[in-house]
Design a protein around this ligand. Structure first.
Ligand code: THU
Length: 159
């Protein structure tokens, strides 16, 4: 028997030390978050992706009275980028959230299904996607690839 350890690498930033392009991406994600349609959870999530042509595409969570029919902000953003700009690479993704019930002061990472969807684009474009995430306040976390937060990936090469 062998036991493996798989490390997770996260860089932590204070909001004041973010690079200029990330500050802009964060701002776009915050605008998207504030326009989320979240009448059931009251948990608003915004995502902004930066493409290799410099364009920023945003998404926010879209809920539904039939709960499972709703969609997360991250998938709205990456699928929208895939639909509007096919062939363009996604360089960076910023995610942020706020709640009407409490102050979200911890970085909010993408859910498992969103990680799998982001992975699909990383594999397709053969280049990692930087993922940045934060709450409405507090530190900002960054990881260089979705693979860091989705170890043991399952992708098309498994089929
Ligand atoms: N949500 C996202 O948009 N992204 C995530 O990664 C986690 C959850 C949304 C889905 C739902 O509308 C609300 O947050 C509560 O789960």
């Amino acid at each position: 028997m062998k036991r493996f350890q798989i490390p997770v690498f996260i860089d932590e930033y204070e909001p004041g030390e973010l690079p200029a392009d990330i500050q802009q991406l964060k701002r776009q994600a915050e605008i998207a978050r504030d326009n989320a349609y979240a009448p059931y959870s009251h948990f608003r999530v915004g995502a902004a992706v930066l493409l290799d042509n410099g364009i920023i595409v945003t998404g926010s969570n879209q809920e539904n009275a039939a709960y499972p029919s709703g969609m997360c902000a991250e998938r709205v953003a990456v699928w929208s980028a895939g639909a509007q700009y096919p062939g363009r690479k996604i360089l960076k993704l910023y995610i942020t959230a706020r709640s009407e019930h409490k102050t979200v002061d911890r970085p909010v990472p993408p859910c498992g299904a969103c990680r799998q969807s982001i992975l699909e684009y990383e594999v397709k474009q053969n280049e990692p996607i930087e993922i940045w995430f934060s709450g409405e306040k507090g530190p900002v976390w960054k990881t260089d690839s979705v693979k860091n937060i989705l170890p043991l990936i399952f992708d098309g090469s498994d089929l």
